[in-house]
Design a binder for this molecule. Sequence first.
Ligand code: SME
Length: 169
Amino acid sequence: MSEEIVVNKNLPTKEIYGELLPQIAALIEPSKHLISNLANFTAAVFNSFGKMSWVEFYLRKGDKLFLGPFQGNTACTMIRIGEGICGTAAERLETVIVPDVNTFPGHIYCDVNTKSEIVLPVISGNELYGVLDIDSYEYSAFDQEDYKYLAELINILTKKINSNKVSLA
Ligand code: SME
């Protein structure tokens, strides 16, 4: 199949996700290597929105998160669970939306230009595989609508990587 993703970036957020969902569902295949699937996932999301400055997976090993496939600038390579926004989402096993990163105690600055962030845990069964971290140079770039669709995208991903029986760590 073609790996090309075609999305009109000028559409409202909800409609962009609507275009993206079936294309990512087709892009991610259990037969492909896990890293290849994660890399294409980040590229598909990153290139579909003007508001995203970073889209990355941090993958869990023990009590640490390691930088995985991503799009954007070079980033912190290791974050402890419980630290920063990523580590907080991993510890709580819940999504964290931060409209202004300067107000989040312990926020880890990988890029001083980052203004807002959303971090979703990637969970399959009882296992925390890692987190999906998305940054923006705009304040309040992410809300419940992003959460809803990104959670759906992660659901597509975890179902497919599950059937591939590949561990992230
Ligand atoms: N800001 C994140 C660290 C990762 S970077 O944004 C790429 C945090 O506080 O966990």
